[in-house]
Structures are given as structure tokens and as C-alpha cells.
Design a protein around this ligand. Sequence first.
Ligand SMILES: [Mn+2]
Length: 321
Amino acid sequence: MRIRICFHDKCFDGACSAAVFTRFYHATVNARAEVDYRGLAHRAGQLFDADIFDGDENAIVDFKYSPSDRLTWWFDHHQSAFLSESDAEHFRRDRSGRKFFGPDFKSCTKFIAHIGETKFHFRAPDLDELVHWADIIDGAQYPDTQTAVEMSHPATQLTLVIEGSKSDDFVPRLIPELASRPLAEVAALPHIRKMFDELYQLHLKSVDIIRAAARLEGGVVFFDVSDQEMEGFNKFIPYYLYPAAVYSVAVSRSPQRSKIAVGSNPWNPTPKNANLATICERYGGGGHAKVAAISLPPTDLDRTRQVAREIVRELQASLCP
Ligand SMILES: [Mn+2]
């Protein structure tokens, strides 16, 4: 018996969701099930490859819904969880009792732990630390910019490593560690330590690049680093550099996509009325109310820049009384 677990790749919450779901599945469904992990990424065009649901059971955690009849478990908390109204309708008609949508949860990890406990009597107290930190990190609930950007806690170090990993099997190999050890032990594994040290140097460089590129205007900090090789920068750097910023809009590019990342400054108390997921959905993107993104083909850089400028203007206008 084999279960395929698809998770949001290169995302701390995605990896932690897969870890908690694995423990949940072994504890409540089948203790001997073999698990295969597969990371899923947002991209322009088709999201799911045809052969992806190849297990006896197939799960998706922290990622969009699929109406495939091969999908047996689903957990997500993103506002933009459904690619179409017909997918949403398919979900609403589901009577399996194994597909769950929790848009009010800050992390999918906590959502899975909550459903596990309230509907299946599943408890794993040794994972409480993991659940707690997934909620802080995915919900951008860091106490301050220093915690988010200076990365002295093991959870923030693991986030850097997960977001910065280049190989497809890195996160799948990390998930069993997250499911079975305290975060400090996982972060102290020699290969993780080494990756962290390398990525932290790049992180410090990206702080300098963003400092040089960013401009704060009308409450919105904007920067375009599409000419640099840095797709995966820490999304809190703009607020670390510009505490007065309410929103940030960033243009970046990788071989796979041009990207517009839109965020709001969790430490700036200015009232924020814009729903960033709704704005990004208009351009084919999505995410959460407070942080969202749009992916376009890597060749569409002009269009990407134009959309970014439109969003900057819309956010500036939303801040004018
Ligand atoms: Mn998530």
C-alpha cells in the first residue's frame, strides 16, 4: 500500500503540512503505508501533470484542488484554492469526508492538525512546535522584522533552506525529519547547516541588492530585480529596509517564470483595505489577502512590469484617504 503526498514545494508550511499529514495518516488510516512525496509549484499553464496521482491513495496538502477522481485526500487554506468555479463546485459536492478547505487558517499545517484532532481524534504533541512555527511563518506573524530577516531561530533557518533548495528531492527527504525530530535537531543536521550557511550569505547579498533597487513611494515599496539571479528572496526584506512601507511589489525572473510578488507589511499598523489575492486573481495569480503573487511566462517581462506598475498605482490609491 503506497500513498502519494503532493505538497506545496519550497514552502515551510507545505513541508510541515506534508509532515503532519504523514503522521496523521500513519496514526489514523494505515500505519504501514509507504509514502512518496511530490512537490508542486505554481506556474503558468497546466498545474498538475497527468500521471501525478499514481498512488493507491493520493493526497494534496497546502496546494490547489484537483477534481481528479484519483485524489483521495485534500487540505488547503489558500483563498485561491480553486482554479475554476467548476472545481469549487466539484469540491462542494464531495461526500468523502476527506477533503477540507480552511481559508481562515493562517497555515495549512495548523489546519491539518485541527481537523485531525477534531474529526479523527489525532494528537501528536511532539509536533506542536512545528505547527506553532508553521503558523507564524505562513501567517507572517513574526514578532518583528529582525526575527524574520536575521534568522536566528531554527524554524526560520529551515525556511531559508527549504525556499532556497535547488534539487527536487531535497524537501521530500527533509519531510520525514520534520515529522520525527525537534526543529533544532533538523536545523543542526550537517548538510542542512552547510546549506544554511551558504544561503545566508546569498540572503545578505539580496538585502544589498534590494536596498539598491527599492524605492518607497506613496506607502508602496517597489523593486525590479528581474535582471538579477535572485528569485527566492526573503519577502520581509523590504519592510526591514523600509519600516514605513505598507505594501511591497517586486518583479523577479527565473528560467521558469516572471513573477510579481505582492505583500503587506505585518508590522506597519496602517489599516490595509486591499485584498492582495483578489488583485492578483485579476491577472491570473492568487494567494492570501495579505500576500499574493502572479506568475507569467519568463518571456513576458514587459507585460510583467506593466502589471506590476498597475498594482503599485492601485495600492497607492487604496492608501489615499
Ligand atoms: Mn500554506
